[in-house]
Design a protein around this ligand. Structure first.
Ligand code: CTP
Ligand code: MG
Length: 255
């Protein structure tokens, strides 16, 4: 069965604070987008990749990917299309360019160290018959809801959530392509602004009435949001070069 991947890479990376787009930021000698495309290739379960890039930077992304051997000459075709103003709009643009396929993996370029085993786990659950599959990790912090901030800057606690029933979502999230494409089209209007856009693609699947299931995530699929995350990823990428590092640090564990 055919699997395409849409990699959302059209963000600017405001919180990371880099001068250019986050997906072109260097991690262990290569841009994040190169790591993300390579992860798809290494999984050996992805037939084609569509990358969404910031509007003005499509040619830059093409040349970066080509320069790192990730576009052209691969068994897995890779194309680059312009993204949108929100992540949701970018993913929709990627889905529109994805052609026909049984399944789609929707992934963030901001998760460059996602292991092949995680990608294969999501695809296996799709092949087993699920129409929407998200990798996720148990939450380790205690999560509380807060009320409106007071004048002195403090926030009142409004309640405590049951941590045992909480999961932190990762990507790639996998879907039956036609189903998630339809959901993206139905909710396209609210996806034009950050305040109303969906936090992830599974959210749209849920809203469209599609059952979504969770498979175990992986700590190595961490998202690079702030400079601290990049430091951690740099450390992990360098350890990864050393044999057995994942075992030493218990990173192969799923919880
Ligand atoms: N993304 C996208 N199009 C947008 C915004 C985000 O394709 N208009 C992508 C990012 O490139 C990233 C993923 O969605 O790979 C997750 O988004 P996030 O981590 O929030 O990245 P940015 O939006 O770039 O960062 P920030 O919110 O700090 O500006
Ligand atoms: Mg963002």
């Amino acid at each position: 069965m055919r699997v395409v991947a849409v990699i959302a890479a059209a963000g600017s990376g405001t919180r990371l604070g880099a001068p250019g787009p986050k997906a072109l930021v260097d991690l262990a000698g290569e841009p994040l987008i190169v790591h993300a495309v390579r992860a798809m290739r290494d999984s050996e379960v992805v037939d084609a990749v569509v990358v969404t890039a910031p509007h003005q930077q499509v040619p830059d992304f093409v040349s970066v990917l080509r320069g790192h051997g990730m576009l052209g000459g691969l068994a897995m075709p890779v194309s680059v299309v312009p993204g949108g103003v929100t992540r949701q709009a970018s993913v929709r643009a990627g889905l529109d360019a994805a052609g026909s396929s049984d399944f789609v993996l929707i992934h963030d370029a901001a998760r460059p160290l996602t292991p092949a085993s995680l990608i294969r786990r999501v695809v296996a659950a799709l092949q087993a018959g699920h129409r929407a599959v998200v990798p996720a990790l148990p939450v380790t912090d205690t999560i509380k809801r807060v009320g409106a901030r007071a004048k002195d800057g403090t926030e009142p606690i409004a309640g405590t959530l049951d941590r045992t029933a909480l999961r932190a979502m990762q990507t790639p999230q996998g879907f039956a392509l036609d189903a998630i494409r339809h959901a993206h089209h139905v909710f396209a209007a609210s996806g034009q602004e950050e305040t109303t856009a969906a936090p992830d693609d599974a959210y749209l699947a849920e809203a469209a009435g599609i059952d979504v299931v969770v498979v175990p995530g992986d700590q190595r699929a961490l998202k690079i949001t702030r400079p601290f995350d990049l430091l951690l990823a740099e450390f992990l990428a360098n350890q990864d070069a050393a044999d057995g590092a994942a075992d030493v640090f218990g990173l192969g564990e799923r919880s």
